[in-house]
Write a protein that binds this ligand. Structure first.
Ligand code: NAP
Length: 295
């Protein structure tokens, strides 16, 4: 058992990511006490039933009382209101962190509400599944995965080091970068692939009935992998696209140009161009496997 890094931790949102963190913190003795906040009675009862938290509250301001660390783990669109609600109730010196998939918009939404005594350390674990809710979490989720912290020039460096140490203790590798750089990188690696998956599966659902049934029946040939991604939480992904608009649109523009080039190569029968691209993309996959970031 490691020494506790924090005494009391309050999770605002206790779904896939929050409950995975809570499970790992408890299992490894990284914190002494965990409380949670969620809007619905169902989520709060589930968190207590699963022993992920010792107490669960509806009001975020009550949940953060006496906490040394507050983790915001809700869909990004709710961050501003949550930061505003918890700010007056935070213990002096308490660190606020988060797990949101977009970082610049999160910094802009949270920082103005917090006083100087409460540093905000924005974070994003690059780990997850398409499932949601407290029952979907598991303590090994972050093992060998990266967590990106995006402090600004004003962020207290001791607070960043403490949050970094916590992620490393939960099995993750930690890196830091600016919020806007994070958003550009994630637009390519995560947001664009989700947008493509939502489009492909959306196209299939618009097909005539008999064709759609065959798509489901023969889904093993590629389509199935897209449906897994396209099954991700609708509210969470709505908020990601609305809050990472510029980087997503920029990436989408590049993608459209590359798609047009591919379309032309197929029309003109340019087999060498197709083979060359597919050989390069295969190398990327091998690189991901070598870096132990493939499932
Ligand atoms: P989730 O499983 O849907 O859990 C969200 C939790 O937040 C639930 O406990 C929900 O309970 C609660 N909640 C929602 N709105 C709230 C509000 N206004 N006040 C208090 N609690 C609220 O979501 P998740 O997958 O853990 O995602 C949480 C965050 O992690 C998101 O910002 C997402 O961008 C980020 N993230 C997700 C993944 C992933 O793969 N899923 C990966 C990395 C980062 P109630 O509905 O009962 O309120």
């Amino acid at each position: 058992m490691a020494d506790a890094l924090f005494e009391k931790v309050a999770f605002i949102g206790i779904g896939l990511i929050g409950s995975s963190m809570a499970r790992r913190m408890m299992a490894d003795g990284l914190v002494s006490e965990i409380v949670a906040c969620a809007r619905s009675e169902e989520t709060r009862s589930k968190a207590l039933e699963l022993s992920i938290a010792s107490q669960a509250f509806e009001d975020p301001a009550v949940a953060v009382e006496h906490a040394d660390l507050v983790v915001i783990a809700t869909p990004i669109g709710s961050y501003g209101a949550i930061a505003q609600a918890i700010a007056p109730a935070l213990k002096p010196g308490a660190i606020v962190t988060d797990v949101g998939s977009v970082k610049q918009a999160v910094v802009d939404a949270v920082t103005p509400h917090l006083g100087e005594q409460n540093p905000f350390v924005p974070g994003h674990p690059i780990a997850g599944t398409e499932d949601s809710g407290p029952e979907s979490g598991f303590p090994e989720l972050f093992d060998g995965r990266w967590t990106i912290l995006t402090p600004t020039d004003e962020t207290d460096t001791d607070a960043v080091e403490k949050v970094k140490a916590l992620w490393q203790a939960m099995g993750a590798m930690a890196d830091t970068m600016t919020p806007s750089h994070h958003d550009m990188v994630l637009a390519i690696t995560s947001h664009l692939p989700h947008l493509i998956a939502y489009t492909i599966v959306g196209t299939a659902t618009d097909l005539e009935d008999d064709l759609r049934q065959e798509v489901v029946k023969y889904s093993a040939s590629g389509f199935r992998d897209f449906t897994r991604i396209a099954a991700s939480d609708p509210v969470m992904w709505r908020d990601i696209f609305l809050n990472n608009r510029d980087a997503t649109l920029e990436t989408l523009q590049r993608f459209s140009e590359d798609l047009t080039a591919l379309q032309r190569a197929i029309r003109r029968g340019e087999g060498d161009a197709l083979e060359d691209l597919f050989a390069r993309t295969r190398k990327i996959r091998r690189g991901i496997i070598d870096a132990k970031q493939a499932d």
